[in-house]
Ligand binder design. Structure first.
Ligand SMILES: O=P(O)(O)O[C@H]1O[C@H](CO)[C@@H](O)[C@H]1O
Ligand SMILES: O=c1cc[nH]c(=O)[nH]1
Length: 247
């Protein structure tokens, strides 16, 4: 049955799914695949499927925020997907994290509304241990040195006290902020599927979000390199997972 938002049915979706937020990033992932075709594009949800070193892979954009990300996740699960790696962008919460550095989220502060509609805030938003293990091993293989730890997901980009909130989470050793990780981790655990999140840092700690958007243009090369690295890390991790599942 075709799902109402992603406009895909079971035949369209593979077990392993890469989840960027931005529909344009889907096409940049396509550049790393051996074969691919677009399956559907509705609203913020663009889906392609293809192969990476013969591993069947789906890539679906989730849009911005937990609300749309959990819609994508739920519909992809209904279509039979089981393993999800988000490749997102983030703002750093620690000063040693530079533009283009990768952050791997082991768990996320649930400062967004979508996951709260599912379950009380006492419930943790944690990554799949199995996927984290594979991603960590793959980083070693690739020579990547990501920051690994807790992140925070929020709903509101331009609120007046965002800087203070980031300062607060900085003292709690949170690495960075995005808008989807905690929601997809929570729903992933509730639905018993495997979810992990790799984030490319695009904003330095305590830079103004509006300036940072300009920095983002200035730091285009570093940010683009970070995005490339997270795409390769996600695809190589799925390659390694596929070998494990089929050995
Ligand atoms: O680049 P993506 O994956 O969309 O991730 C980040 O960028 C968007 C905000 O600019 C939010 O979706 C946030 O989580
Ligand atoms: O600062 C940032 C940058 C990207 N995504 C976020 O959620 N925050």
């Amino acid at each position: 049955m075709k799902q109402p938002h992603i406009l895909c049915s079971e035949n369209d979706i593979e077990k392993m799914v890469v989840l960027p937020g931005d529909p344009e990033r889907v096409l940049r992932v396509a550049g790393f695949l051996d074969t691919w075709e677009e399956v559907a594009y509705n609203r913020e949800f663009r889906t392609i499927k293809g192969t990476y070193k013969e591993v069947p892979i789906t890539v679906t954009s989730t849009g911005i925020g937990g609300a749309s990300a959990t819609i994508a996740l739920e519909e992809l699960i209904t279509c039979g997907a089981e393993y999800f790696i988000r490749i997102g962008s983030a703002g750093a919460c620690q000063s040693q994290i530079d533009i283009g550095d990768l952050i791997i989220s082991t768990g996320a502060v649930r400062e967004e509304g979508a996951s709260r509609m599912y379950v009380s805030q006492n419930y943790p938003a944690v990554a799949s241990f199995n996927l984290l293990r594979i991603i960590d091993d793959t980083c070693t293989e690739l020579g990547y040195k990501p920051f690994i730890g807790i992140t925070r997901s929020h709903d509101s980009f331009y609120i007046d006290n965002e800087r203070q909130l980031m300062k607060h989470w900085n003292t709690k050793n949170v690495l960075g902020s995005d808008m989807e990780t905690s929601a997809i981790y929570t729903v992933g655990s509730l639905r018993q599927v495997n979810v992990a999140s790799i984030l490319n840092n695009v904003v330095r700690y305590q830079s103004d979000v509006k300036d940072a958007i300009n920095d983002y243009v200035d730091d285009e090369t570093k940010a683009a390199e970070g995005e490339k690295k997270e795409i390769i890390l996600a695809l190589e991790s799925f390659y390694n997972l596929y070998q494990e599942l089929n050995s």
